[in-house]
Design a protein around this ligand. Structure first.
Ligand SMILES: Cc1cc2nc3c(=O)[nH]c(=O)nc-3n(C[C@H](O)[C@H](O)[C@H](O)COP(=O)(O)O)c2cc1C
Length: 313
């Protein structure tokens, strides 16, 4: 098996955690893998220019634990030269593959003609894919959306990306113009799959593993994004409802891994938003909201969760 065949040979359906800036960092990827070791994960999007010019800081941000494998580095940009050095950095770090972001809709990214803006310059998009594919032994995938304001060029883009050397595509079934909470339009993905021979993953609006399997149709797999917030158990094969006490060991592992990877100060600050999602819907959650938003060290996290555990049980 050549590594370029990775996506063709991996067991189907492929199930994974979607890349999400501010969420899918090493600690959360580990947490989701802890719940279901068979999922794949993708890093938060990382600037190719940044990796090229100041790689040490970004390399720290990109670093991963070996238990996360297979993990894919997602890079964005539009400059051929910086993509080549970013690819090399990711390859040297030991990632299983490179994922190119052609879907990010953020104003700053689009203004720089990165992310989804590349769908307006398909020749440059194909050139970037080709360059990355020719400069690495790793499999190269592309994550994008249906299109700018509709899906009219999705099939042409999919074929172009495959011809340029992409080994897998993941399509978020919404357009650039659509916010994250409108219904995703999966029918365009089923149609695209008939026109390409590389694996195609669907993404958008999946609320559970069963929901993903129900939407699978002719696709090779799916990524789950927002439904994983405060709920890594969305990847669990066992759908029995979990009490707060059942959840606690996983929540504490997440906190531990966040502190381990980012240090106590940053880790504690960043766990707050996750804790708010973890306790949502449980008795005591509202009362302890302000305590959660002020946790300052690991012991604070443990004692606050302990208080909620008493309320919730
Ligand atoms: C907070 C947030 C950050 C995101 N960051 C990224 C990113 O870094 N790279 C990327 O390709 N997509 C990113 N996305 C898009 C998700 O990967 C996914 O395509 C989108 O959330 C739709 O899936 P969902 O409906 O399951 O959440 C982000 C989405 C959210 C909500």
């Amino acid at each position: 098996m050549t590594t370029k065949d990775y996506w063709k040979n991996i067991k189907k359906p492929i199930i994974g955690l979607a890349p999400m800036d501010g969420y899918s960092d090493s600690a959360f990827r580990r947490t989701c893998k802890f719940v279901n070791p068979d999922i794949i994960t993708v890093t938060e999007f990382t600037s190719a220019d940044g990796l090229h010019y100041s790689s040490e800081k970004l390399k720290r941000k990109l670093s991963f634990h070996e238990n996360e494998q297979p993990v894919f580095a997602q890079i964005f940009g539009k400059d051929i030269e910086t993509f080549i050095s970013a690819t090399k950095v990711c390859e040297d770090m030991g990632f299983t593959g490179i994922d190119i972001n052609m879907g990010c809709p953020s104003k700053k990214v689009v203004k720089s003609e990165h992310g989804i803006a590349l769908r307006k310059s398909p020749d440059l998009a194909y050139k970037l894919i080709e360059t990355v594919a020719n400069n690495t032994k790793l499999p190269v995938s592309v994550k994008t959306r249906l299109g700018w304001s509709d899906a009219s060029d999705l099939i042409a883009f999919g074929k172009g990306a495959e011809n340029a050397g992409a080994n897998m595509l993941c399509i978020h079934a919404r357009t650039y113009k659509e916010p994250y909470n409108v219904p995703a339009q999966w029918e365009h993905l089923y149609e695209l799959k008939k026109h390409i021979s590389i694996p195609l993953l669907g993404n958008g609006g999946i609320v559970s593993l069963q929901d993903g399997l129900d939407k699978l149709n002719n696709l090779d797999g799916f990524l789950i994004g927002q439904a994983s917030f405060g709920n890594p158990w969305v990847f669990s094969l066992d759908d029995k409802p979990l009490s707060f006490i059942d959840r606690l060991p996983v929540i504490l592992k997440h906190a531990e891994w966040l502190i381990e990877s980012k240090g106590e100060q940053i880790g504690t600050r960043e766990i707050r938003k996750h804790l708010l999602s973890y306790v949502k819907g449980f008795r005591g959650a509202k009362e302890y909201r302000s305590k959660i938003t002020h946790v300052g060290c690991y012991e604070d996290i443990v004692s606050t969760l302990d208080l909620i555990k008493k309320e919730a049980s």
